[in-house]
Design a protein around this ligand. Structure first.
Ligand code: TMP
Length: 212
């Protein structure tokens, strides 16, 4: 398969979505063949699963049910959107992927990173991104940004206590270490323009290294 599969990861309020929306627009204008998409969602079936997972009323949801729903949404999104775009030699920029499940469900929810990896390997047939850009920020700083941004939707996972968000960060630290070869880390505590600049530099040099 051709193309490039690049994912973006980080805790709540890291600014990942705003940064990649801006960069995707800019890079498209510069004629890079970009497809921007997101998880969980991006296509109808996966958006429907997303609304079940993130519904603030679904307080009784079991941790394994949550992990399986994310993996199901991931499967559908991969076959319906990501793989066809890669076959057309596109650069797929995906807002969250498997590492979110490893950090949130595997580590923070306590199911176990290896077990969650197992169900995800079934879902993805072991397909992995070749580059993951990680938005590094302390949990308090991320949550403060969410509180200050009243345009952002508040979801079921945002409502978890600070302790859960610390665990998400610890989970990401483990995942970054496990897959250090594909991880590039940006300092997401900086202002918006500076984070855009860090991510832009990483992407442009990665594109050039891979013939784009
Ligand atoms: P978002 O805030 O980036 O839209 O992501 C939605 C929420 O879903 C966010 O709290 C992270 C969470 N999430 C998981 O817990 N596991 C996953 O596999 C994915 C993709 C997201």
């Amino acid at each position: 398969m051709k193309g490039l599969f690049i994912t973006f990861e980080g805790p709540e309020g890291a600014g990942k979505t705003s940064v990649i929306q801006k960069l995707a627009k800019e890079l498209t204008e510069r004629k890079y063949p970009i497809l921007l998409t997101r998880e969980p969602g991006g296509i109808s079936i996966a958006e429907q699963i997303r609304s079940v997972i993130l519904d603030c009323d679904n307080t009784e949801m079991d941790a394994r049910t949550e992990a399986l729903l994310y993996a199901a949404a991931r499967r559908q999104h991969l076959v319906e959107r990501v793989i066809p775009a890669l076959k057309e030699n596109k650069i797929v920029l995906c807002d969250r992927f498997i590492d979110s499940s490893l950090a949130y469900q595997g580590y923070a929810r306590g199911i176990g990173v290896e077990d969650v990896l197992g169900i995800n390997e079934f879902a993805t047939e072991k397909m992995m991104p070749s580059l993951t850009v990680y938005f590094d920020i302390e949990p308090e700083a991320g949550l403060e940004r969410i509180a200050a941004n009243n345009k952002r939707e508040i979801n079921r996972l945002d409502q978890e206590k600070l302790d859960f968000h610390y665990k998400v960060k610890e989970g990401y630290d483990l995942v970054k270490d496990k897959y250090r070869d594909r991880f590039a880390v940006v300092d997401a505590s900086k202002d918006f323009e500076s984070v855009c600049e860090q991510v832009r530099d990483i992407l442009i040099s990665y594109f050039a290294e891979h013939g784009f």
